[in-house]
Design a protein around this ligand. Structure first.
Ligand SMILES: *Cc1c(COP(=O)(O)O)cnc(C)c1O
Length: 353
């Protein structure tokens, strides 16, 4: 074998595998937690009125207008906010900033598997904290087990489980952990509460949001993080100069200014989520309580792979995560009422109810 020019940790990685984006007619696509609604009318208007000649110029490197809008919404200052090319971009900055071979990272399992890949790129040790089976509760000795870590990733609501860790527990962790706590709130708009206020209480907390899920803008690539100004200033050093393009900043502002559409779409998705959970339980599924726009559900035979394959044969795609703690489940994005009905009909056929 010819020698590899890659750093050994890159050769050792498998790389993050995103959910598939197949192009197929009549596909019912419930695998990557996209929003079934179109983006806000404000976005469509801003796009129509967009002056394409402005693309000649670089965008605002700091995305200050969007930062100001985000700061005003959450009661912080511009200096508390950083904008990213999707929240994955912010995660890249965070891992570059806070992990290294001598700076371990802690994450829950199951949760967003990209975190482990980003740690691998840094050659940083990963402390994996298993959640309790079925309830997906935090481990009791969490703080002891992460004492040597520099970074803790908490996803709330968690993905792929959809569950919500108690706010009081999260607050205690933020107070007692001597390291950065990232609260990834990609799905918080679908949840009854959030942790945005913890940024004001603790200088070690970063709360992350994305426009991909609740704002129906996964294709745009836009996210932001809110943290102490010292943390934001440090992350700014790691950011690509123009990490958010003109169109993303403009359309992001347009979407963000329309809280009414956001609330309406989230309300409808949550109502549909409860209907779908109820239907799945009727077929014999175990369904974890979800505060997100998806359900983590285990079929009657506890065989997640078979469920995934059976529905895929019928042109419905859900997400399946092989492995010990996850292989019993599928993760199902809440689609339109029609899409959800199609799924439920197929599941009744497959499991004979
Ligand atoms: C979807 C998702 C993200 C990524 O969001 P983008 O803004 O699309 O990069 C981050 N964290 C979690 C937990 C997610 O599910």
């Amino acid at each position: 074998m010819k020698k590899s020019y890659f750093r050994p940790e890159i050769d050792a990685m498998s790389g993050y595998a995103p959910g598939g984006q197949p192009v197929m007619e009549n596909l019912v696509k419930l695998n990557t937690n996209e929003n079934p609604f179109p983006p806000s009318g404000n976005v469509i208007r801003a796009l129509r009125e967009f002056d394409s000649s402005s693309l000649r110029r670089y965008p605002d490197p700091a995305s200050n207008r969007l930062r100001d809008a985000v700061a005003a919404r959450w009661g912080y200052r511009r200096e508390n906010v950083i904008v990213g090319n999707g929240s994955d971009d912010l995660l890249t900055m965070i891992f570059r900033a806070f992990t290294a071979p001598d700076k371990p990272m802690a994450m829950l399992f199951p949760s967003y598997s990209l975190y482990a890949e980003l740690a691998a790129m840094q050659n940083a040790p990963v402390v994996r904290l298993p959640l309790a089976p079925r309830t997906f509760a935090l481990p009791e000795n969490l703080l002891e087990r992460i004492a040597d870590c520099n970074l803790l990733m908490l996803t709330r609501p968690n993905a792929p489980t959809g569950t919500l860790f108690p706010r009081a527990e999260v607050e205690r962790i933020c107070r007692e952990f001597d390291g950065i706590v990232v609260i990834d709130e990609a799905y918080a708009d679908f949840a009854p509460d959030n942790c945005m206020d913890l940024v004001g209480k603790f200088a070690n907390v970063i709360v992350m949001r994305t426009f991909s899920k609740s704002f129906s803008l996964a294709g745009l690539r836009l996210g932001y993080a809110v943290a102490d100004p010292v943390v934001v200033q440090g992350l700014m050093k790691l950011k690509d100069s123009y990490n958010s393009d003109r169109l993303a900043q403009l359309l992001g502002e347009a979407a963000f200014s329309d809280g009414e559409t956001l609330a309406k779409h989230c309300r409808e998705i949550c109502a549909e989520r409860e209907r779908l959970a109820c239907a799945l339980r009727g077929i014999g599924f175990f369904v974890a309580d979800s505060a997100a726009n998806f359900l983590f559900a285990s079929p009657p035979d506890r065989d997640g792979r078979r469920c995934f394959e059976e529905v895929r044969r019928r042109a419905v795609i859900v997400r399946y995560f092989p492995g010990d703690a996850t292989g019993e489940y599928v993760r199902i994005t809440i689609g339109t009422p029609r899409e959800n009905r199609i799924l439920v009909d197929f599941l009744r056929e497959i499991y004979g109810k």
